[in-house]
Design a protein around this ligand. Structure first.
Ligand code: FAD
Length: 383
């Protein structure tokens, strides 16, 4: 009855289902939650302020095709994300840039470091901080130490459950940049905007535009899909299913063995504050060496709703992932970027690929990889 089975209705699942339905295929989407959109799901909270239930999400991309695709389902408002880090009670511009130098150091020192940076690197470039350390210059080494100790180390250890930057995959640490510019925007992408009515509305509009598609909410795929490893067969409702399967849930759940790939999870403490209209200067403020939370988000500042009375904020805590706890900590958010985890993933993937060639693994859980929204969309459109 169905040509394609899609497991998960996050951006990866939903948009690949959309693509298949446009190709004339009959599609069944199975979604464990009662909501669409996976982690970009948002819903109205106090006075209609949109709450991004699984953490702050900002759309930024250089991919025109992603913007063109989304434009079919939403209008946008311009939004350039700015983030500060709270250091000793002061708010410092992030990513660390030339403005930040003047915010943290005395003027003469900041100006000396600025000159050195500009003599070595092109204005507008982003330089991994590790490079500063390699320059053999006492000011630049000092700058490296400052950023590492005040901006990077505490945040990293909170975020990754005590792991230090050196413990993580070099890809992560080598990417931490200083921006050789006075541009305080968090992202440098060509397109920076937010959907006018939020991400859930975008997902609902995509779903409404699909023909021959059914979606089952509140259904863990394991209730109706069985991956038979012995015979390399897949059963949907006890009937062999030979069609294509786009799988966007945790990869290890395909196999019968009890394997758990490591993740970090999050806890969001929400506060509704009715008697003030602005809680903080920025939509997101990071905390590195102080507080137990990693960041505080004030939603109305990133959803284009600043004229609404009252405000809603969340404090975000990084917590251990406990797959079977049945509470917030059972949601896998960030794959832990260390080599042994990637190796375990590759083992599982090669088993899945050889047992079930009809399965296409897609998205952050099935590929055990952090994807930004635009990459998730782009990958789904080309799936
Ligand atoms: C805290 C946080 C903040 C982020 N902020 C940004 C940002 O600002 N900008 C940006 O570009 N990107 C951001 N991202 C990345 C963005 O969330 C992802 O790119 C996007 O959500 C990926 O979608 P997905 O469909 O691959 O995964 P998901 O959104 O996780 O979707 C997977 C779906 O599968 C379902 N599912 C899982 N298991 C089962 C099962 N057993 N049976 C049935 N269904 C199941 C889930 O319920 C979910 O709906 C952020 C990510 C996180 C974690």
């Amino acid at each position: 009855m169905y040509d394609v089975l899609v497991i998960g209705s996050g951006l990866s699942g939903l948009i690949s289902a959309f693509k298949k339905s446009k190709e004339g295929k009959r599609v069944l989407i199975i979604e464990k939650r009662s909501t669409i959109g996976g982690n970009v799901y948002d819903k109205p909270s106090y006075n209609g302020i949109l709450e991004q239930v699984y953490g702050p999400h900002i759309l930024h991309t250089n991919k025109k095709e992603v913007v063109d695709f989304l434009s079919n389902f939403t209008e946008f408002f311009e939004y350039e994300h700015k983030v500060a880090i709270s250091l000793n009670g002061e708010l410092i511009s992030m990513p660390f840039n030339i403005n930040s130098l003047y915010e943290v150091f005395p003027r003469t020192m900041a100006s000396r470091i600025e000159e050195k940076l500009l003599s070595k690197y092109e204005y507008g470039s982003k330089v991994p901080i590790l490079k500063l350390k390699e320059e053999n210059d006492s000011d630049l080494s000092f700058l490296y130490d400052f950023i590492y100790n005040n901006v990077f180390l505490g945040y990293t250890m909170k975020q990754w459950g005590g792991l230090r930057p050196e413990d993580l995959d070099a890809q992560v640490t080598s990417r931490v940049p200083i921006s050789i510019s006075r541009d305080n925007r968090y992202f440098a992408d060509k397109y920076q905007m937010q959907p006018k009515h939020g991400f859930t509305r975008v997902c609902e509009n995509i779903l409404a535009d699909m023909k021959n598609t059914a979606i089952m909410f509140n259904t863990d795929f394991r209730e109706i899909v069985r991956f038979d490893e012995k015979n390399s067969k897949v059963y949907l409702d006890n009937t062999i299913f030979n069609g294509e399967i786009i799988y966007t849930a945790c990869i290890e759940d395909i196999l019968s063995e009890n394997i758990v790939l490591p993740y970090r999870s999050l806890r969001f403490d929400k506060e509704i504050i009715s008697d003030i209209n602005s809680y903080q200067k920025y939509s997101v403020i990071n905390y590195s060496n102080t507080q137990n939370y990693t960041r505080v988000t004030e939603f109305k500042k990133l959803t284009g709703q600043e004229n609404i009375n009252g405000t809603v904020v969340i404090k975000e805590y990084s917590v251990d992932y406990n797959k079977n706890a049945g509470d917030y900590s059972s949601i896998p958010y960030y794959p832990i970027p260390i080599a042994s985890n990637f190796n375990s993933y590759e083992d599982i993937k090669s088993r899945v690929n050889s047992l079930f060639p009809q399965v296409k693994l897609l998205g952050r859980l099935a590929e055990y990889k952090y994807y930004n929204i635009d990459d998730a969309i782009n990958n789904a459109l080309s799936s």
